[in-house]
Design a protein around this ligand. Structure first.
Ligand code: MG
Ligand code: MG
Length: 620
């Protein structure tokens, strides 16, 4: 039975707000971080009551610093200090104190000296029914690795003295987590869990500012947890995540992310037998745009010019269905309900993704188990309620499967309508290639975790992309077979294209959709003939392309003539073209992926972003 906990230091706010957020996310326990307690205007007994009233238990009181290996008189003062903290613990209602390895220059070192100190501390704690757990800090003066901490605990040889394992301290030092496997599980009193991005810096700064939830960073936390599981440890898995962004963010969101990360990690360690299986995306069945009458009509004209046919109108709602190849786009101009509320908040834009999955019910079960927000809206009699959860920026993710809603939704709810006069035939678009969601950089860890834990999507290495207004951090999550590819773009600057999108869209959302073309040269010709405004690419780009890649002159000339961007890797080639932004907000990309090209044209992103910035400026 997995029991989860989180340290109060991981969250923003004051102690009662933290406890509310921790309880709401479904944790079983909480580590009371001393500073959170000291800064709270209530005594230990009352704080203990608050914790229990929230349905939580105090897993540990921490940290007790600079204890072991001291000469007298510091040594006896350290024991006096410990007795005072024992008083606090008893009032709080916890039996466990975390002691981290001594960092003081006064500490003398020596495993036996430390073991003797812990034996005495254990004896004193046991008299009060309390226990002591010892943790090796990666920057400890004499004890900085878990094996030495374990040796101290082993030689202390007292039932009230056990070990703390912390994934950060073990993995940051590059220690082999398999060395944990030989430690008896009943001597491990607490397991703390954190991930971190792979950074080159001192352990202390790395630990204090950059820890993150398991699955958000680059440390092999799963191997650590697998080794812990092998010991037979039955206690709490407790998040201890020091992160500047999290401590400035929403406590509720960080707590939810944290519990989601622990549940998903435990599921992976157990061979994915604890939770319903990860949702296997089979592609986008539809993308829904919220609009009003005017912007909806304008969007319809753009779709027609892009070669989409108007495939139907909803039987009872102001909703149109547009189709080309395997792409279904929906324009929702209803004056009530979810899409309308979305439109009022964000203006015209993508309000929902319809995801094709093997089993919509199983997808909902996975999402529920991982604390996703379910969405329900009243549906008229005879119409389907498609299961849905909340996604990025208040948008929705619908689940459709072949067995239930998928086949029925178009036939049952739409009737055929005459083509728009602007429709001039198919432009060779065959399906979705990828979509890009923009967000504030602080939101990226949340959505990375959402996509990689709910869904069978893997992350590729993060990239930094230069926008004329600042840096954009880009993280792709994708299905192994390419059925769904999503790029998460984070920015901190208001002046990047993503930043402007966030400002004008009032939050995170889909910034562009990339459609696959079977022949991008033919598509480009068709789009120009239909009057679609396309992004101009400067001559300098083609000169550089020639210098870098040595393309055939004829091929280079046709790229230039059609305003296409080009990239290639070991697997193949990638050709791209962009529309100008719709209403100055979101845009469409057309791509042709040749061979097994694996990327998204990152080499072209700087030029593309610069030209898009100019085009957006020109609209002002
Ligand atoms: Mg720790
Ligand atoms: Mg793209």
């Amino acid at each position: 039975m997995l029991r989860t906990s989180i340290a109060t230091v991981s969250l923003s706010g004051d102690l009662d707000g933290k406890l509310t957020a921790i309880a709401a996310a479904g944790f079983d326990g909480v580590e009371i971080f001393e500073n959170d307690f000291l800064a709270y205007p209530a005594g230990a007994a009352e704080v203990g009551r608050m914790v229990r009233d929230a349905g939580l238990e105090v897993v540990v009181f921490q940290p007790f610093r600079d204890f072991e290996g001291l000469p007298d008189p510091q040594r006896s003062r350290a024991f006096d200090r410990a007795e005072r903290k024992f008083d606090v613990m008893q009032a709080l209602g916890t039996d466990l104190m975390l002691v981290c390895s001594n960092v003081s220059p006064a500490a003398l070192g020596g495993i036996d000296r430390a073991a003797a100190d812990f034996r005495e501390l254990g004896e004193r704690a046991a008299r009060r029914g309390l226990r002591i757990a010892y943790e090796a800090l990666a920057w400890g003066r004499h004890v900085s690795v878990h094996r030495d901490a374990w040796e101290v605990v082993r030689r202390a040889d007292h039932p009230a003295v056990g070990l703390v394992l912390d994934s950060f301290h073990t993995l940051a030092r590059g220690l082999d987590p398999d060395t944990i496997r030989s430690i008896p599980g009943d001597r491990i009193f607490l397991v703390q869990v954190a991930d971190a991005p792979l950074l080159q810096m001192d352990y202390l700064s790395w630990s204090r500012h950059f820890r993150c939830m398991p699955g958000q960073g680059g440390l092999p936390v799963d191997r650590f947890l697998g080794a812990v599981a092998a010991t037979g440890y039955q206690g709490f898995l407790s998040l201890e995540v020091f992160n500047d962004l999290f401590r400035a963010g929403s406590a509720r969101q960080v707590a939810t992310d944290g519990r989601r990360s622990l549940l998903a990690a435990a599921d992976r360690i157990a061979g994915e037998r604890l939770l319903p299986p990860r949702v296997q995306p089979q592609g986008l069945e539809f993308v829904e745009f919220a609009a009003d009458e005017e912007s909806g009509a304008e969007l319809g004209r753009l779709f027609a010019a892009l070669g989409f046919a108007r495939a139907g109108r909803h039987l009872s709602k102001e909703v149109e269905w547009w189709r080309q190849g395997a792409i279904n786009l929906v324009i929702n101009c209803e004056r009530e309900g979810f899409a309308h509320a979305f439109y009022i908040t964000h203006g015209p834009g993508v309000c929902a993704l319809g995801l094709k999955v093997p089993d919509a019910g199983a997808a909902m079960a996975r999402a529920r188990a991982l604390l996703a927000d379910e969405f329900h809206q009243a549906v008229p009699p005879g119409q389907l309620e498609v299961p849905a959860i909340r996604g990025l920026g208040g948008s929705l993710v619908y689940f459709l499967d072949a067995g239930s809603a998928l086949a029925a939704v178009w036939e049952r709810e739409f009737r055929a309508v005459p083509q728009d006069s602007a429709f001039s035939g198919d432009a060779g678009l065959t399906g979705h290639d990828h979509l890009v969601q923009s967000m504030d950089q602080g939101e990226m860890p949340t959505w990375l975790l959402y996509y990689t834990t709910l869904f069978a999507l893997d992350r590729t290495p993060e990239l930094d992309i230069a926008d004329p207004g600042g840096l954009i951090r880009s993280q792709v999550v994708q299905a192994a077979d390419g059925a769904l590819r999503i790029a998460l773009n984070g920015t901190r600057s208001q002046r990047t294209l993503s930043g402007r999108f966030l400002a004008e869209f009032f939050g995170a959302g889909v910034q562009h959709l990339a459609f696959a073309s079977r022949d991008i040269f033919a598509t480009a010709t068709r789009l120009r003939a239909a009057g679609v405004a396309l992004l101009e690419i400067p001559e300098n780009y083609y000169d550089d392309l020639e210098a870098r890649l040595g393309l055939e002159p004829d091929f280079l000339e046709s790229l230039r003539r059609n305003g296409l961007l080009y990239d290639r890797d070991e697997g193949g080639a990638f050709l791209q073209l962009y529309t100008l932004p719709f209403a100055g907000r979101f845009f469409f990309e057309i791509v042709e992926r040749r061979g097994a090209y694996g990327g998204f044209g990152a080499a072209n992103a700087a030029v593309r972003l610069a030209m898009q910035s100019r085009s957006v400026e020109a609209l002002r």
